[in-house]
Design a protein. Structure first.
Length: 67
């Protein structure tokens, strides 16, 4: 793993696969889940995809087509 960035609270590494690993600087524990995601977004290393629009209900479409 290659060290990418060192902040006051975390050390960010990049694996050979291109994925990221985040380690707490004080505790030396690996950070996972939502916390890791928010850290990587804050450091502009990843970008979250836009949420998909919810599909319209079929009943509402049928009523709109009937009128």
């Amino acid at each position: 793993m290659q060290q990418i960035k060192k902040t006051d609270d975390h050390i960010i590494f990049q694996k050979r696969s291109g994925r990221y690993a985040v380690q707490g600087k004080k505790t030396k524990q690996w950070v996972n889940g939502e916390e890791k995601q928010s850290i990587l977004v804050a450091e502009a290393l990843i970008k979250l995809p836009d949420p998909k629009a919810a599909p319209a209900e079929p009943e509402a479409e049928a009523e709109a087509a009937a009128e």
